[in-house]
Design a protein around this ligand. Structure first.
Ligand code: SF4
Length: 354
């Protein structure tokens, strides 16, 4: 069996660590590229959501590299996400009859980790538990990598980009809990800003795949960093794993905060999107960047709630929807205008106070 999973931005090495720890033979997915998107679009139903198309493209690339067992998140309520794995399974089987899809149950994680995985890989539940623990520990490292990189980019973009690749390689290589702890210490030293603070900070909210996957969102964190804005984020593999295991307090906080603008959950992550925007406001960020796939119904509802939130609080919100035609130039122009606005707004407030 040659297992694979969809590429997931900087969190990919943490997922890889899980599979390595249970002794699976892994075909590592390629970073999301133009070709990944083109492949996904070619084999997907036209009106399906973008995360379906991009993850399918990622699977097709892994299939070309010899993968035969595909692990895909599954089981969302009130949302098309619940059908992703059925449909992807059918498409992949049409391409190669030997393909097998293993749905990763989002609402029955204990069943998935301690019943499904031991059966699929013929290992003990203890070994899966060890692998799960390693993935959690490594996802702390990948999250800190992204946080440190975003902060340094906003302070010294050139140095951050110089350090990015060698530091990421160190993150990828750290395989044991002791190596991961050492890498975290090194990471803090490498990405230290020596007291320099970014001029402005923005909170990133939205549909989970588009907030996590830099290839899919055209690396808007890099663009914002280039413009001198630090990108803060709540969504990461670490938080998602904790959420699935029922121990992530930030998700409960977001749902509680969202209640003012969105009482009922319309599906997907709309409640978290709105709740996180309110949380960032409490942290005094200068603006909110909201990202989502063009046809995403829950995030379009969140968009309306965010507009009301922005009108009432004065917090600038930039909403960006993505489809296969999204232009990188158009994205950069919008980000430039937004960062310019929040910088001027901040300077104006300082002058007003002083
Ligand atoms: S959250 Fe949005 S993008 Fe994701 S599956 Fe649901 S409708 Fe599609």
């Amino acid at each position: 069996m040659r297992a694979t999973f969809p590429y997931l931005g900087y969190d990919t090495p943490a997922i890889r660590a899980f599979f390595d720890c249970i002794g699976a033979e892994v075909v590592e997915p390629l970073p999301v590229s133009k070709r990944t998107v083109e492949l996904g679009v070619r084999y997907s139903p036209e009106l399906i959501c973008m995360p379906f198309k991009v993850t399918l493209g990622s699977f097709i690339e892994a299939l070309e590299a010899g993968a035969d067992t595909f692990f895909m998140a599954a089981g969302a309520r009130r949302c098309r996400f619940g059908y992703y794995h059925y449909l992807q399974d059918r498409i992949l089987k049409e391409l190669d009859g030997r393909c097998r899809m293993v749905p990763v149950g989002q609402y029955s994680p204990y069943d998935f980790f301690f019943r499904v995985m031991p059966r699929v890989f013929e290992v003990s539940p203890w070994r899966v538990m060890r692998a799960l623990r390693l993935m959690l520990v490594k996802s702390v490292l990948t999250r800190e990598f992204r946080q440190g990189l975003n902060r340094l980019r906003a302070v010294d973009f050139g140095r951050a980009e110089e350090l990015r690749q060698p530091t990421y390689e160190m993150v990828v290589k750290a395989g044991t809990p002791a190596e991961i702890a050492a890498a975290r210490r090194e990471l803090r030293r490498t990405f230290a800003t020596n007291g320099d603070r970014p001029e402005v900070a923005v909170g990133l909210v939205g549909e989970i795949y588009y907030t996590l996957e830099q290839g899919a969102n055209q690396d808007l964190e890099l663009e914002l960093g280039r413009l001198g804005a630090e990108v803060l984020f709540e969504r990461s593999l670490y938080h998602h794993l904790r959420y699935l295991l029922g121990v992530d307090l930030s998700s409960y906080r977001s749902r509680r905060l969202a209640g003012r603008y969105l009482r009922e959950c319309p599906g997907g992550e709309a409640l978290r999107t709105v709740g996180e925007a309110m949380f960032y406001r409490r942290r005094n960020v200068d603006g909110i960047v909201h990202v989502f796939p063009f046809t995403c119904m829950p995030e379009n509802i969140a968009l309306e709630a965010l507009q009301k939130f922005s009108e009432e609080t004065g917090m600038p919100v930039l909403s960006l929807s993505f489809d296969e035609h999204a232009s990188p130039t158009g994205l950069v122009t919008r980000l430039e205008a937004f960062v310019d606005l929040i910088k001027r707004r901040k300077r104006g407030r300082r002058l007003h106070r002083g």
